[in-house]
Design a protein around this ligand. Sequence first.
Ligand code: UD1
Ligand code: CA
Length: 465
Amino acid sequence: MPQKKESFCVLVLAAGKGTRMHSRTPKVLQTLLDKPLIHYLLAAVENAEVENVAVMLGFCGEKVEEWLGTTYKNVDVLWQREQLGTGHAVKLAQSWWKEYKNILILPGDTPLITASTLKLFLEQHIASDNKCSFLSFDTLEPTGYGRVIRFGDKVKVVEEKDATDLQRQCHEVNSGMYAFNTEFLFKVIDKLTCKNAQKEYYLPDVLTLIQENNGKVDAIKTTDSNEFLGVNDPTQLAEATLIMRNRILKKWMLAGVRFMDPSTTWIGPDVKLGNDIVLEPNVQLWGSTTIGSGSRIGSFTVLNNVQIGDNVSIIGSTRINNSYVRDNSTIGPYAFIREGTELMDNVHVGRFVEIKNSHVSKGTKIPHLSYIGDSEIGENTNIGAGTITANYDGEKKNGTIIGNNCFIGSDTIFIAPIKVGNNAMTAAGSTITKDVPEGSLAISRGKQRIIEEWYARKKKQYGGK
Ligand code: UD1
Ligand code: CA
């Protein structure tokens, strides 16, 4: 018989300071890969098909609220101005959750939990007829966690600081994730006290109160403790980062992406990759970067919010931010392509080239040592080595427009704003201060003089050999 589907609201506890992080940033906004810690939990919750989500904020909560407003607009924000413990946080939220039949309570600092585990947990909770179920796991390093103490058909959680030596040896610990029948939770939540080692209202104490009211409570023990890793200090943040990173790499490997050295590759959670991609060692892909099929990303390349087309070759040691690279282009090594750039099909950008906020049309080549800023370059144009668009006049940025099929001689300096027509040429070493009409050659450089017998004259003058 399929289980009747029951609805859940979710309360995420994120008011704590995260003292052990020693940081001015609230713990849930610490970055894991390139996103705040709490993003991962909220993404899992979103995929677990729950009804409504609220986050309890406190320490530096305004910063968290601001971030939620940009990314998770549907999440309700609740406030715990003074953090008197996890039980206190849940108590303050009661007018929010008592409207729902069931509540899932999650700590904000457990980024590794997956939607499938949450879904399974909620199904088990409903099937068991428990008034409270919570997830527990066995660990060889129980330090810091509440210990799960089972006695007869009852269960309780004893916090590390309140535990006896014997209790501390227990290896089954509380994940901090609970499902409650709200009616029972409502009955007991006001009875919590803070008579304990930390003088806090402990949420796990409601388990005992529910059992005293003849409600069934059970710890659902799972084996994979990775998912419950709580981030309390920088070592745990590094540990969680590594696990999340490996999950992402594995996902892409199984989708066919070839990693020459997965141990040095970093990929953010929002990156999307096509087929037949090869990533050389030490590649970093961040933000909303996407890479099309058949592309190869060379060593020490860092891409941040970059849309890469099909069959693109980034030769290596290249950095690209907030830009587009269309199909069949080749870039690098040592290119720096900055925000607002669009390189169309079959473009070649070579060694030590910097491009910013520019559009480079198909078939154009910028092979060596150039700076192209605020420019529009037409099709099949060749930009000689050392070309510079002098786009800044000390006050504002000015644009350079170069047409199709142009040949820009090496070491040309364009004093922007300036326009070069189609099929135009500039002579190497020219400083171009006036527009260059279509089909013409612009040359602007000192005339060369030859002084003959120079060597012999110098030798005579100074008497050297
Ligand atoms: C808690 C549990 C412990 C469990 C562990 C799992 C309690 C008393 N203990 O301990 O049994 O093994 O999680 O990781 O619950 N928070 C608030 N308001 C507060 C206090 C905390 O919102 O007043 C939030 C924190 O921001 C955090 C979460 O609740 O996201 C857990 O708090 P934390 O202090 O990390 O609890 P632990 O000591 O880890
Ligand atoms: Ca914790």
